[in-house]
Design a binder for this molecule. Sequence first.
Ligand SMILES: Cc1cc2nc3c(=O)[nH]c(=O)nc-3n(C[C@H](O)[C@H](O)[C@H](O)COP(=O)(O)O)c2cc1C
Length: 209
Amino acid sequence: MSLIDLLNRRHAVRRFSPGVADPAALDHAFRAAVLAPTSFNAQPWRAVLVEHPETRKAVAGAVYSSTNVGAAGHMVLFCHLADAAALDLDGHAARMADQRGLAGREALQKLRAGYARDIEGKPPQVFDAWAKAQTYLALGLFLAGAAEAGLDACPMEGFNPAALEDALGLAARGLVPDVLVTLGRSAEDDPAAHWPKLRQPADSLILRI
Ligand SMILES: Cc1cc2nc3c(=O)[nH]c(=O)nc-3n(C[C@H](O)[C@H](O)[C@H](O)COP(=O)(O)O)c2cc1C
């Protein structure tokens, strides 16, 4: 199936068949997310797979959506990093220099200094918006990868951050939650499965100047 056909077929699930999990398909979706391009190739995002039954219950309770969140086979929370500390920019610079065949200490130092200026040097609010933007790129490919592997999904930003924090202890891990994705199989009576795809015409979104 072409990418466009897949994107037309996928939909945000409003009702899941209870308990349908597919770890291999989930792994496929994660592989697509990991391949997402990011600014400076820094990948300042993390995905938290929530597996423990009690924690799943607490996470489901934090969501505002009327979707039967707890019935989904998988629950994945996309987060961005709270700051640059977890990015291991020394290691990142070394790997990038290696990939690009940049020889010598000076080239490596130049690359590292660029990261210090352009990543670590961002004011906290700017870093936050930047890291969040990269996370949504990974989210988009994750959703496409899930669709390709036959997993239905619902991305949700509508949750109580304090309740999610209680359930997952994200702050101590240096994570800021963005989007919870529930995955599994759309139920027979999922109304969204029958809604025609609703989008603005491409000409109103794409400006040709
Ligand atoms: C980043 C993001 C956040 C969303 N948050 C919610 C949400 O909190 N609750 C919900 O029911 N749907 C949520 N949705 C689903 C959208 O409403 C849905 O994707 C949109 O209406 C388009 O429908 P479609 O995905 O079926 O094509 C979200 C989607 C995205 C991409």
